[in-house]
Write a protein that binds this ligand. Structure first.
Ligand SMILES: Cc1cc2nc3c(=O)[nH]c(=O)nc-3n(C[C@H](O)[C@H](O)[C@H](O)COP(=O)(O)OP(=O)(O)OC[C@H]3O[C@@H](n4cnc5c(N)ncnc54)[C@H](O)[C@@H]3O)c2cc1C
Length: 381
């Protein structure tokens, strides 16, 4: 997933279109941005928002809303600075990644994937926000990205790799590899994710028009992590507070309760999940999960994915591409279906939901984007 891209909220379309039009030459769709931390905000117990600024961000972006746009954050090596990614990308074209990998560890740092929570790159002071989950083990040790974000201060510098607004190929969101939210004509949607997907789900919900309905489930560690998300859509929003439960238990149960067998096309009426970590609704959800699925499979068994060896990343657009090259039978084109689901989070949890939705409920895989955002016990990379 070294490709990246974004879009800008609808209200800024005219501005971003003119920024894009200004440079329609054949330039790389992806570039490196040397940015400075301009603000740090504690959003909640487990989220830290880092605002990045810098004149170079004038060139960052895509058209339309940013949705679930992913970028790479190059985490500097401890006590040092990252290599000059700008020079590496300018000099080596698409071979920059191999060149970066070949650098000495003391210079290379770590590359991690994050979502653009909000982008204001068309403003006189261009900025973008990234919400970092603060995850630490019982010894207080986190991965390089969470460690870096926990101690980041205004003035710190990092490299981001993201979409170049001037690239000719950036004229539609469909040209990017960095945005997966593609509901097509679907008006009934399901969004489900853990805390790492909260920035993406929030940005998607903020962009949805009023004629979209459905439900969004967000599992977070703590009651204080539930955020106020504005949406014009009729998508109900349920925050699932994990407390001491296993990761994904509540998310899995909530999706199973909302997308039932039979009659999955219309999601169950939105239900409120209390914010307390040990509430009756939480217990009811967990009990529903333990009750298991239907006895007979309604759809094909999806091929197993070894999440220890490979990234779980299955999206309608990838399946469309597979159909085009003959490795998958083309049936209905993905964008023409009435229901669309977007599921991201810990890979084993996403894999379980994939099996439930595809095999037990019988939902066409071309209606669901399944994305393992991280793997328990495995560092990214
Ligand atoms: C497309 C995409 C978008 C993403 N957007 C965001 C985002 O906006 N905000 C965000 O915070 N994350 C996001 N993530 C997830 C993030 O990339 C991973 O959590 C990443 O592993 C964090 O890097 P790290 O250096 O902190 O930990 P790593 O060095 O990768 O991992 C170290 C250890 O921490 C564990 N770990 C990693 N993440 C978590 C976690 N969240 N909770 C508990 N344990 C964890 C790993 O299993 C490993 O054992 C996104 C991932 C993808 C693929």
């Amino acid at each position: 997933m070294t490709e990246v891209s974004t879009t800008r909220p609808a209200r800024r379309n005219a501005q971003s279109a003119s920024r894009a039009d200004a440079g329609q030459a054949a330039v790389s769709a992806v570039r490196a941005f040397n940015v400075v931390v301009s603000r740090v905000e504690r959003v909640s117990s487990n989220f830290r928002r880092i605002t990045f600024g810098g004149a170079c961000l004038t060139d960052f972006g895509v058209q339309g809303s940013t949705l679930d746009l992913r970028i790479k954050v190059m985490i500097p090596p401890a006590g040092g600075e990252c290599a000059d990614l700008g020079a590496l990308m300018d000099g080596s074209g698409s071979g920059w990644y191999q060149q970066w990998l070949s650098l000495d560890a003391s210079e290379r740092g770590d590359m991690r994937t994050y979502t653009v929570r909000d982008s204001r790159c068309d403003q006189p002071t261009p900025e973008l926000d990234v919400d970092f989950v603060m995850h630490f083990d019982s010894d207080g040790k986190g991965g390089p990205a969470s460690q870096w974000a926990a101690s980041a201060e205004p003035g710190d510098r990092v490299w981001l790799i993201g979409p170049n607004i001037h690239a000719a190929t950036c004229s539609t969101a469909g040209a990017y590899g960095g945005i997966e939210w593609r509901p097509g004509l679907a008006q009934n949607v399901l969004l489900a994710g853990d805390e790492t997907a909260v920035p993406a789900i929030s940005a998607i919900l903020e962009s949805l028009p009023a004629d979209i309905s459905g439900h969004a489930f967000l599992e977070v560690p703590d009651g204080s992590d539930c955020q106020d998300i504005q949406t014009r859509s009729n998508v109900g929003i349920s925050w699932l507070v994990r407390g001491g439960r296993p990761h994904g238990e509540l998310l899995d149960a909530a999706v199973r309760q909302a997308v039932r067998v039979p009659g999955w096309v219309s999601l169950a009426a939105p239900f409120r999940v209390s914010l307390g970590s040990d509430t009756p609704s939480g217990q009811a959800l967990a009990a529903a999960a333990r009750a298991g699925g239907p006895e007979r499979a309604a759809g094909p068994e999806p091929e197993d994915i070894d999440i220890d060896k490979t990234i779980l990343w299955e999206t309608p657009q990838l399946l469309d591409a597979a159909a085009l090259d003959g490795s998958l039978n083309p049936d209905k084109p993905s964008g023409a279906l009435p229901f669309y689901a977007w599921i991201a989070g810990e890979a084993a949890v996403v894999r379980g939901l994939r099996r439930y939705l595809v095999r037990d409920v019988g939902i066409d895989r071309k209606q669901v984007a399944f994305m393992g955002y991280w793997r328990q016990g495995k560092a990214e990379g």
